[in-house]
Ligand binder design. Structure first.
Ligand SMILES: Nc1nc2c(ncn2[C@@H]2O[C@H](COP(=O)(O)OP(=O)(O)OP(=O)(O)O)[C@@H](O)[C@H]2O)c(=O)[nH]1
Ligand SMILES: [Mg+2]
Ligand SMILES: [Zn+2]
Length: 310
């Protein structure tokens, strides 16, 4: 009996990373009968490995965390979370100083998805060689929420040892707009990965039907990076609108000071969050992000099928 980490699932077989190397495993009968999402990428499993490097998974260890897509209320399956990756330790949201310019609206969206999944998040500002001045506004925006902003440059290079430390021994989801340099950063840290740069990343199998399947890439020196789907595919779909404000950590201390218990922080009188924004005790543009996301996720469930298909 040995243990391993599930890297990917294809149909009913699993690629598992073990001390003995990578093996192909199937589930023992007893596990198979349970629901479909019993084992996902990132799960730590116990397995029996045979001489031909095939294996049988006999047990799944309890998960420390799950990155999940939430089924919306009103769906037949109810508000059940669909696990996409297990045991994710952190979300690393990557932005660029320039080319493309930082997009705070998109960063906020990724951070909310991380919070909704109770995953700690760190921001990496790459391409700092192109504009040193891009760091300060980002730190000002995100320090009150408690997010660390790490400046990096692949070309200079800069901040790479710190990023390596951040990724080492952990399971990380990298998120960020196309072109910010996610693949470049990983290649700079782990040349053996040899990821494609500057092109739509096909390398990790962003095929047609992979949206539900995650893939773990083992990093030299320990740790994993989760690819496909990124947070974008997980989306804000099914996040409870009532819980959205708490996904903005710097809002939390104001939430019980609103006049109405069910304040949505949109236009209600006596809203402590809006008051805080007016006084710049919270960044007004973060409130703007909140309000836009609120509108987006509070559309009635009958239209959620369409949103999901987008
Ligand atoms: N100046 C500068 N350019 C960089 C840096 N990092 C990456 N680039 C360039 O930015 C472009 C996009 O880099 P990628 O690594 O492909 O970006 P990505 O985030 O993986 O993009 P997708 O795979 O499309 O999501 C490439 O032309 C890189 O050479 C950096 O630190 N400084
Ligand atoms: Mg890439
Ligand atoms: Zn309020």
């Amino acid at each position: 009996m040995t243990s391993g980490v599930v890297l990917a699932r294809t149909g009913s077989s699993y690629r598992v990373h073990t001390d003995l190397g990578e093996v192909t495993a199937t589930l023992r009968g007893k596990l198979k009968r349970k629901d479909d999402d019993r084992v996902v990428a990132g799960d730590v499993v116990e397995l029996e490995v045979r001489a031909d490097r095939t294996a049988t998974i006999s047990r799944v260890r309890p998960r420390r965390s799950v990155l999940a897509r939430r089924a919306a209320a009103g769906d037949r399956i109810g508000r059940r979370a669909q696990p996409i990756a297990a045991n994710v330790d952190q979300v690393v949201v990557v932005a660029a100083a320039r080319e493309p310019e930082p997009n705070p609206r998109m960063l906020d969206r990724f951070l909310v998805i991380a919070e909704a999944n109770r995953l700690p998040a760190v921001i990496v500002l790459n391409k700092i060689d192109l504009d040193r001045g891009a760091l300060e506004p980002l730190v000002a925006r995100y320090a009150p929420a408690g997010y660390q902003v790490l400046a990096t440059s692949v070309t200079q290079p800069l901040g790479l040892p710190a990023l390596r430390d951040l990724l080492r021994g952990r399971e990380s989801v990298l998120a960020g707009q196309s072109g910010v340099g996610k693949s470049s950063l990983l290649n700079a840290l782990y040349p053996a990965l040899n990821l494609r740069i500057g092109a739509i990343s096909e390398k990790w199998g962003t095929g047609k039907h992979t949206t539900r399947a995650a893939l773990l890439v083992p990093l030299a020196g320990g740790g994993y990076v989760v690819d496909t789907p990124g947070l974008r595919e997980v989306g804000t779909w099914g996040i409870d609108p009532e819980l959205l404000a708490a996904c903005f950590p710097e809002f939390r201390r104001f939430l019980d000071q609103c006049r109405f218990d069910d304040c949505r922080h949109l236009a209600e009188p006596g809203c402590a969050v809006r008051q805080a924004a007016a006084e710049h005790a919270v960044e007004p543009d973060r409130l703007e992000s909140y309000q836009r996301l609120y509108e987006e996720i509070s559309v009635p469930s009958w239209s959620s099928g369409r949103r999901r298909g987008r």
